[in-house]
Design a protein around this ligand. Sequence first.
Ligand code: ATP
Length: 141
Amino acid sequence: MATKQYAVIGLGRFGTSIARRLHDAGQEVLGIDINEERVDAAESFVTHAVIADSTEEKALTALGIRNFDCVIVAIGDDMQSSILTVMLLKNLEVKKVIAKALGKRHGQVLEHIGADWIVYPERDMGERVANQLLSPNMLNY
Ligand code: ATP
């Protein structure tokens, strides 16, 4: 598989697991968080980790964000920051923007502003568990 450049914005549990898996698979991963401790903790499992506020256009431009193949916005609780970040990324013409949504309304806004793929972690994981339970290969529970 060809190496691609990914940026993961928000290094909570969700962003961290994406960043770690991509990096383990040999991909280039830039980890971004506003919180210094989270950036320090990420240094061992990403290619580079930087402290930045993704709601600041200048910070995104300085990181050359438009050159990345894919940017994952893993900010959830701070809905305003999540929406603003996705909007800036789309304005900067980032090729592929994936964003985490907390709920339906949040997801609708993200869709409206052009997020290419919206992930609903709890809902999607719930469906996955149910599908596994319904799978014919699954032993009876
Ligand atoms: P998770 O549910 O993935 O564990 P969390 O509960 O830690 O996440 P969230 O509010 O979803 O909390 O934030 C995820 C990460 O995004 C945090 O580490 C937070 O510091 C970071 N973050 C929030 N706002 C910004 C921002 N404007 N720029 C960069 N990082 C941000």
